[in-house]
Design a protein around this ligand. Structure first.
Ligand SMILES: *Cc1c(COP(=O)(O)O)cnc(C)c1O
Length: 489
């Protein structure tokens, strides 16, 4: 029998439940009433045309109140969730790249909370320039004459091309026509920036004479692009910026070097492979260098253009700059991040990106047993095999694409179902359950196991505390897994 109309509680009755009253205090009456109406509709629909159990009014009110509050809580959860990045890719574009240093976070909060002298010169009381928050620092740290900052490195490249080469030609090696993360493709960026791409050389080999032959009366720019996410191996030849600079200079053309990640320090000091620095590029003769703020630099999303003053100023004066400029929050964070580079000896402690990249295997090994045990207890030793295994982390975001850093992971492998009542877990189900935790844990699947690289785990108490929900989340998990589709670029 469907419940009689009289058994369906009213909105007011549901609102009087304690749980609903508490929700009004936190979400407001309007939202709670709307959610109750929706839950009530759902309840009515459940019984339409079907015989339903006769649920007492009071109990029905309690159930509907609970459903309404649960829906509200879920809708209130931020889309931009904090996650544990245990993918092994330290600068993971899909997971927000660099984690900011504490001083940068404080500076950003200050800039958000109070008015800031963004375009105001405190000394003269006159107008200031927004990029002055980072310009002197960038010049000091890179030796460049001048610098500006924009939304990201894609914007930096776009602005440089549009400013210096619109309506004319830009010469680039075929081997450097990169695509990053799908939408950033050098040929497309060139077209949108209004410059004509002149490709020189072949995919695997480009010679200086190829550049020389391509330079003509229509040429505005010679460009080098860091091949951030691939390596051409075998029978190859590239022309270095150092070799290219005299040719560009002789032709009276600017040489632009898009470094992509770009670093301000020699990473070999910390046992990492050396990546060409911004100073190297300038020393090699690049007139402008472009690089990101949130890749190896370890700051907020931004793109920097540093180099010759006349060229930087031309970029600054392009009306497009306004559409790409940074807000006070990111400028504050970047200023604080860049200041850390004045004390390189302590950078491995002060800059989270470098700290994570330089964690030793021994340090990670020491974390592993407690993590492995907690996971095994949370899922059950009869259902999974949990092991500590060596693995290889990546820097990510197009820095040293083939370079890996030895690391330690916890691997979670489903065991075959022991009996018919409990079928074997699928590894995708385990991965999905970890993603459904209050702080989602993102790992990667390899060889039939979920691999959790411990390199970026820096809050083990929170990680372990979150595991209490794992069993629940394993039951609710649908097993669909998109983690393997994550794009680390
Ligand atoms: C990453 C990268 C870009 C784009 O930088 P964003 O900061 O992601 O906009 C451009 N060029 C190269 C070579 C890169 O590696």
């Amino acid at each position: 029998m469907p419940p009689a109309v009289s058994q369906i509680p009213s909105v007011d009755e549901i609102l009087r439940r304690d749980i609903a009253a508490a929700a009004v205090a936190s979400h407001g009456r309007h939202a709670v009433v709307a959610s109750i109406r929706a839950a009530l509709d759902g309840y009515r629909r459940q019984f339409r045309g079907e015989p339903g159990p006769s649920i007492p009014r009071g109990e029905a009110a309690a159930r509907i109140a609970a459903a309404a509050v649960a829906a509200l809580t879920q809708a209130d959860a931020p889309y931009l969730r904090r996650v544990f990045n245990l993918t092994g890719t330290v600068l993971h574009t899909n997971l927000g790249r660099a984690v900011l240093p504490e001083v940068a976070i404080e500076a950003a909060v200050r800039a958000m909370r109070h008015p800031a002298a963004l375009e105001f010169d405190i000394t003269t009381g006159g107008r200031g320039e927004r990029d002055d928050a980072v310009r002197p620092l960038l010049c000091e740290l890179t030796g460049a004459e001048d610098a500006i900052a924009v939304n990201n490195n894609a914007a930096a490249v776009m602005l440089v091309l549009n400013t210096l080469a619109a309506g004319r030609e830009t010469v680039v090696s075929r081997g450097e026509l990169i695509e990053i993360g799908g939408a950033f493709r050098i040929p497309d960026i060139m077209a949108r920036a209004g410059t004509r791409l002149v490709e020189v050389g072949t995919t695997n080999r480009t010679h200086l004479k190829d550049y020389a032959g391509a330079i003509g009366s229509e040429t505005a720019l010679v460009m080098k692009v860091h091949t951030s996410n691939y390596l051409i191996q075998g029978f190859t030849k590239t022309v270095t910026a150092q070799e290219l600079a005299p040719l560009a200079r002789e032709a009276g053309l600017p040489l632009v070097d898009d470094l992509g990640s770009g670093t301000l320090v020699d990473l070999s000091h910390w046992g990492l492979k050396r990546e060409r620095t911004v100073m190297d590029a300038l020393r090699d003769g690049a007139d402008l260098v472009t690089f990101s703020g949130d890749k190896l630099l370890g700051g907020a999303q931004a793109g920097f253009i540093v180099g010759r003053r006349d060229l930087v100023q031309a970029c600054q004066n392009n009306p497009m700059k306004r559409a790409m400029r940074l807000d006070k929050v990111r400028l504050a964070a970047l200023e604080a991040t860049l200041k850390l580079y004045r004390d390189p000896d302590r950078l491995a402690q002060s800059l989270p990106t470098l700290r994570l990249l330089t964690r030793t295997v021994a340090e990670l090994q020491a974390l592993a047993p407690a993590i492995a045990l907690a996971i095994q207890n949370a899922i059950g030793a009869e259902r999974v095999l949990v092991n500590t295994v060596p693995c290889a982390s990546q820097i990510g975001s197009g820095s040293l694409p083939l370079e890996t850093i030895p690391s330690i992971a916890v691997s979670i492998e489903p065991k075959g179902g022991r009996n018919r009542m409990e079928p074997a877990l699928r590894v995708e189900t385990i991965a999905a359950a970890f993603r459904q935790l209050p702080i989602p844990v993102i790992g990667r699947i390899g060889k039939g196991a979920l691999i959790l690289d411990l390199r970026c785990l820096d809050d083990e108490p929170a990680f372990i505390a979150g595991l209490v929900d794992l069993d629940q989340s394993l039951r609710g998990s649908d097993g669909s897994d998109a983690a393997s589709n994550l794009d680390s670029r």
